[in-house]
Design a protein around this ligand. Sequence first.
Ligand SMILES: CSC[C@H]1O[C@H](OP(=O)(O)O)[C@H](O)[C@@H]1O
Ligand SMILES: Nc1ncnc2[nH]cnc12
Length: 313
Amino acid sequence: MAGVPTTYDAPVHIAVIGGTGIQSLPGFSLAATLNIDTPWGAPSSPISILHHPSPTTGKPTPIAFLSRHGLHHELAPHEVKNQANIAALRHIGVRTIIAFSAVGSLQEEIKPRDFVIPDQIIDRTKGIRPFTYFEGGMVGHVGFGDPFDVALAAIVRQCGRALEGEGVRLHDTGTLICMEGPQFSTRAESQLYRAWGGSVINMSALPEAKLAREAEMAYQMICMATDYDCWRGEVGEDVNVEMVMGHMKANAENAKRFVGAVLDELSKEEHGDQVLARHLAGQMKFAGGMTHKEGRGKEVEGKLKWLYPGYFD
Ligand SMILES: CSC[C@H]1O[C@H](OP(=O)(O)O)[C@H](O)[C@@H]1O
Ligand SMILES: Nc1ncnc2[nH]cnc12
């Protein structure tokens, strides 16, 4: 956009990743648009830096916004530039990510347009997406027992509960099945996921959440149900794109209100340490430092030095 700065000279600690139907976050003032090149290539979209007034100080809190599937939804789930997205966000200072996703419901009580704050993920991607920064001569292992950040989730839930009754219905927890796409599931798969205890299904949580964990970021996904996938088996009811987009569009205002409420809360000074994910800071220095210097792959070493300045010198 003409006249919008292409640099931003302060660190940005909070990011929103928009998914299907959320390619921008209107209502915030645009302070800059950044085109960041990373050792893993360019992110899915330029990063918009938006100004959000802090409810306690009134000072603008910068928020980074990135569109997962590109500005025009041109990237299929397996083509999303996850490594570049998370690396670019970390590079500009981001340590907290609120990710948004349109999901299929695997449970009767999770109705289209309901919001779900998942606390678990079952990985049904097929290994075709780059899923780690630690490969090619530097080995790292990071805990993923709780794939979402527990303290950040508590803040998000509290914001969602405060909106309940005003058109927002919230499910506090849930197991998210992340499948390979772009085709939707078969009916047998959908029923299998229900038997596993799955609550909702999408194609985007992984490897996004894994890479965010490797990048020492607090990450929580807010899901909005758009369909009942295909497990109910009723004629004309199986998920299709029109259905997903229809519900996303109809409930976009609530989705944006929810994200806005979370940003308001995170902008409060009392959440400063959480927003900086201080509980995760430095973990990769050890978890990612298993490979002795002399055995490191030079290319990956260079990339990781860019991602984690000072960790692997
Ligand atoms: C258009 S339906 C399938 C598509 O919708 C979800 O996208 P996102 O998670 O980015 O909101 C799902 O994960 C699939 O990518
Ligand atoms: N039924 C479904 N399966 C996978 N991803 C989805 N996103 C929205 N609905 C979905």
